[in-house]
Design a protein around this ligand. Structure first.
Ligand SMILES: *[C@@H]1O[C@H](CO)[C@@H](O)[C@H](O)[C@H]1NC(C)=O
Ligand SMILES: *[C@@H]1O[C@H](CO)[C@@H](O)[C@H](O)[C@H]1NC(C)=O
Ligand SMILES: *[C@@H]1O[C@H](CO)[C@@H](O)[C@H](O)[C@H]1NC(C)=O
Ligand SMILES: *[C@@H]1O[C@H](CO)[C@@H](O)[C@H](O)[C@H]1NC(C)=O
Length: 962
């Protein structure tokens, strides 16, 4: 770039002039520049040296002083420099949701004497919490939760006499809770604080009685998931304002619960579960605000059902598992007006279970597994939600009543809530980083996870529990002038810390993406709790994701924010600015030149997409799948080279590729005019991009450039189940492995039927559509023929019969009525194939007919020695569970769909066989659950319940039938 000296001169004059006009306090300006020097991914307009006048995004000034820094979700990485001390007028500091901000917190923060809000939620700060924070005498709001802080809670924080909100949860803090010791202050000095959120740490020692004093004003006291020991202070009843109390998951916390607990008449949420509390079962009489009570897994004295069971008017959730409570369960419990969930397993309830006709309409689950109930009376309109009586005398061996069948399978509970989209027309699929909003507009949402620390409800399927949250958020964001158009909530579940998690998507209003300013605003509204959810949700926190501001949506996500300019140019300040300006202009011109061409490409692809699409009934929902350019795919597959060719089919070829991130992918390229028509292509993209389960192959993306139809999947290295059975892939499957593979495949299909929304019938279940990954986990693939079922979640559709001969459900073939049971049929065929390693249909021999004819239940191995795959060996010990497996397969291939089990039941039964065959929850499943733990952590109560979607989404059974 040859710049004339004249231009250079002009610019240096300009720069100097602006320096004179600069109105930011030079100290603040220098401080902020120094802080910024430690960060990557700063907002795009952080150039120059005048933050106030240039209105740096995320910076708010009062006069010429910086008073507020709000930079949540910018993807900042680096450390927080001690230069922060220069910003002496700072009132708000919010750096939340930047998970790559790390290192210790500089102690110089202690000199920010005007600081009121210090919010660093969801970063990676580590080291000790500086004791100097105790000097921040104006501090009102302190949120350091979800970082990596260690060491103990500094006693000096007891000096923060104005503190209202104090959140240290989800760190690695150790030591005791500091208390005034005659010299040093302690937490009991925080008499204006309403929130102590200290859960999920490693705090220990006794819980100090001083916290339960009538001087304190705490409404939320969260000490859960720590290592506290000793007993609950006898002063408990003095903390009258308390609304939420969590002591749960402190395995060393023992002793009796003070009887004055029922002085806490404002308490709505009480969590005492998983401690080792003793003495009598706490008497909760008179605690009329209680809605959620969990006292499971403690060592209380045996007792009979207490009177308060039937006197708590607001009770929604009563969790009292494994507590030796006995006697007759009072009928009135079921008619408490708000009651939703009763988890009472592992007690000694006996006699007749009576559910009157007046049971609460909200009631979803009564789990009485492993009690001593011998009879049941259900009055009036039948109770049709989940009731579990397995392990009670009423369930004699062989009883077929629903309530005696393994939980979760006979009574599939409704899928968790998910915001509906109400699109009248079929919108075009969204581009790579956009999603379809509930209002059916493609846009880049701001996403994150909401954590509710103690909701007052437990029913996760009912819209009445979630729609109010969406509406409330929408209204309040509108009031705060944030351009949020619509809000989506997905996948609520209770995590292993007993917090209710759900994913949140906020869609921008009137534009495709939020501006940096919007994100700074929205992040702050959530991080400083300006937004308060409806009372039923209780205390919450939010962890936002980095927002992608990239505005060129067709550039693959590898190219970062293009609007940040390189500023490292060895020249004078004036020269740098000038050079930057020139670079900016050049970049802008270059981008303008390129953009129209891309837009053209895009519209062409979509024109052809639309023309090819024939289905108007389904709404494409492209969550997660990304759009690739043809060039990109050509590059990663080595120009679709022979060497990368890993498979063939009627549709075309499959190639292996490596994404720039290193991820291996399988690239399926349809031949032009191939059998895999564009409708199937589209179906597969739509369905696969909204199902996510470890036993369903995942779609990485797709490509529609230049008349191509290419799907990009995760790479699954061990071929298909069919190739293993025929010996073609060299992957040898012994009986135990076969059981595990079938179990995995069953879970995948069950997920499609029972948890996908709407449910999906695969329509082409067969051994060549089950892939095996490196740990031989099964993954169901090929969704080209799949069909979503009706709106209401259950039901059937009439459709042209499709599928693969040999696997095809005869009932479906005759009636053209497609239901999930058609997949069950095909699955039964697949199971027989796994036993015999024979093709389902071969020279007029039909595997179903053959096995049916050969089965002789009076004989060892049902007399199937001839048919069983010789590779498996003949020793009955090596084939544990074979008979049950064959029985189950034959039930799956019953003529009438109604006689076949559901996939959920199939999963339950195969799980039991896996255990019998010695493949129980041992090493393999441990590694399995680890790798998916991040998606759906286990709820400690979920283990044996129909709400347990652990390990990626399927109800699992852990029943010990008596
Ligand atoms: C802390 O509280 C104690 C009494 O509980 C009081 O004597 C002491 O002065 C307080 N310290 C501070 C710093 O407020
Ligand atoms: C119950 O709470 C009130 C109000 O805080 C208090 O005065 C009273 O002493 C408490 N009673 C017991 C038994 O703790
Ligand atoms: C139920 O258990 C109680 C003790 O908890 C006992 O007194 C009562 O007789 C039992 N009733 C029945 C019907 O077994
Ligand atoms: C959050 O920030 C706003 C300023 O925008 C302030 O008025 C409000 O009090 C803050 N909330 C809390 C809980 O500190």
């Amino acid at each position: 770039m040859g710049l004339s000296p004249w231009l250079l001169f002009l610019f240096s004059v300009l720069v100097q002039t602006s320096a004179i006009l600069a109105d930011t306090d030079p100290g603040d300006s220098a401080g902020l520049t120094a802080i910024a020097a430690n960060w990557k991914n700063k907002p795009s307009n952080w150039n120059g040296d005048d933050p106030c006048r240039d209105k740096w995004i995320g910076i708010i000034c009062t006069g010429n002083r910086v008073t507020s820094i709000r930079l949540s979700s910018f993807g900042l990485s680096g450390t927080l420099s001690g230069d922060i001390q220069t910003l002496t007028e700072l009132v708000y500091l919010d750096l939340s949701y930047n998970k790559d901000l790390s290192g210790p917190l500089p102690s110089t923060i202690g000199s920010l004497s005007n600081l009121q809000n210090l919010i660093l939620v969801g970063c990676s700060f580590s080291g000790e919490i500086p004791k100097e924070l105790g000097q921040l005498s104006k501090l009102i709001f302190l949120s350091l939760n979800s970082n990596k802080f260690s060491g103990s809670i500094p006693a000096s924080l007891g000096n923060l006499s104005k503190l209202y909100w104090f959140d240290l949860a989800d760190n690695k803090l150790t030591g005791t809770l500091p208390i005034f010791d005659g010299t040093n202050p302690g937490l009991d000095n925080l008499t204006n604080t309403k929130h102590f959120h200290f859960g999920i740490n490693q705090l220990s020692g006794t819980i100090p009685r001083e916290i339960f004093s009538s001087k304190m004003k705490l409404i939320h006291l969260l000490l859960d998931n720590n290592n506290f020991s000793g007993s609950i202070p006898p002063t408990l009843g003095l903390l009258n304002p308390l609304e939420v109390l969590r002591f749960d998951n402190n395995p060393q916390l023992g002793g009796p619960v003070p009887s004055n607990i029922n002085n806490l008449t404002k308490l709505a949420e009480l969590h005492l579960e998983n401690c080792k509390l003793t003495g009598p079962l706490p008497d909760l009489t008179g605690m009329s605000a209680l809605s959620f009570v969990d006292m499971s897994n403690n060592s209380f004295n045996a007792s009979d059902a207490p009177n308060w069971f039937t006197t708590l008017p607001s009770l929604t959730s009563l969790f009292l598992e494994n507590l030796q409570i006995g006697g007759q369960l009072p009928q009135a419990l079921f008619s408490l007006p708000a009651v939703q969930t009763l988890r009472l397993r592992g007690n000694r309830f006996n006699g007749t279970l009576t559910i009157g006709s007046d049971f609460s309409t909200q009631l979803q689950l009564i789990d009485l597994q492993n009690n001593q109930i011998s009879a049941i009376t259900v009055g009036g309109s039948q109770y049709s939600k989940t009731l579990i009586l397995v392990g009670n005398p009423i369930c004699v061996p062989g009883s077929t009543d629903n309530y005696c069948v393994a939980p979760g399978h006979s009574n599939p509970t409704a899928a968790p809530y998910s915001t509906a989209r109400n699109c009248s027309a079929v919108p075009t699929p969204c581009l790579s980083n956009q999603l379809l909003s509930p209002a059916c507009i493609c846009a880049v949402p701001y996403r994150g996870t909401l954590f509710f620390r103690s909701p007052s409800f437990s029913d996760l399927s009912s819209p009445s529990n979630f729609v109010p949250l969406e509406q409330d958020m929408k209204t309040k964001f509108a009031k705060l002038n944030v351009p949020v158009d619509s809000i989506a909530i997905h996948e609520p579940f209770f995590d292993s810390n007993n917090n209710l998690q759900m994913s949140l998507e906020l869609f921008p209003s009137g534009k495709v993406q939020f501006s940096e300013q919007d994100i700074s605003d929205v992040g702050f509204i959530l991080s400083n709790q300006t937004y308060k959810p409806p009372a039923m949700f209780g205390p919450y926190y939010f962890i936002g994701q980095q927002y992608s501001f990239a505005n060129d949506l067709l550039v693959p996500s590898t190219s970062k924010k293009t609007n940040r300019l390189p500023l490292i140019i060895g020249a004078s300040a004036g020269g740098a600015v000038l050079a930057a300006a020139v670079v900016a202009i050049v970049v802008c011109i270059a981008r303008r030149k390129r953009t129209p061409k891309r837009t053209e490409d895009r519209s062409q692809s979509f024109v052809s997409w639309d023309m090819k699409s024939t289905s108007a009934s389904t709404v494409p929902q492209l969550r997660g799948a990304r759009m690739f350019s043809f060039d990109e795919l050509r590059k990663i597959t080595n120009n679709f080279s022979e060497a990368n060719d890993i498979g063939n089919g009627g549709y075309g070829k499959v190639y292996r590729g490596t994404l720039p991130s290193g991820q291996l992918v399988a690239v399926k390229r349809s031949e032009q005019g191939s059998l895999q028509g564009s409708l199937e292509f589209r179906t597969e993209i739509e369905l696969l991009s909204r199902v996510h389960h470890k036993n369903v192959v995942s779609l990485v993306g797709f490509c529609l450039d230049q008349d191509e139809q290419i799907l990009v999947y995760e790479y699954v290295p061990n071929g298909t189940l069919k190739e293993s059975l025929t010996g073609k892939s060299g992957v040898r499957l012994d009986w135990r492995r076969r059981l595990r593979v079938v179990l995995g495949a069953a879970k995948g299909v069950a997920y499609l039927h029972e948890l996908a929304d709407p449910p999906i019938v695969h329509r082409d279940i067969k051994s060549s559509n089950v892939l095996l990954d490196e740990r031989l986990n099964a993954k169901v693939s090929d969704f080209g023929l799949s069909k979503p079922l009706g709106e209401d979640g259950r039901g059937q559709v009439t459709t042209q019969v499709k599928g693969t001969m040999g696997y095809l459900d005869p009932e479906y073939y005759m009636t053209q009525q497609l239901t999930e049971k058609s997949d069950v049929y095909s699955f039964g065929v697949l199971m027989l194939e796994v036993v015999t390693a024979r093709k389902p249909l071969e020279r007029n021999r039909y595997i179903v007919r053959e096995v049916k004819a050969a089965v002789d239940r009076s004989k060892d191995m049902y007399g199937l020695h001839e048919l069983v795959d010789p590779v498996l060996g003949a020793a009955p010990s090596a084939l544990a569970g074979l008979e049950q497996f064959v029985d189950l397969a034959l039930r799956c291939v019953e003529e009438a769909g109604a006689d076949r089990p559901s996939m959920g039941e199939v999963v339950g039964e195969i799980e039991r066989m896996v255990k019998m065959a010695g493949g129980g929850p041992g090493h393999e499943s441990a590694s399995e659950s680890m790798s998916y733990a991040s998606r759906t952590p286990r709820h400690p109560y979920g283990g044996d319940s129909p709400f347990d979607y652990s390990g990626g989404g399927m109800p699992s059974t852990r029943v010990e039938p008596k």
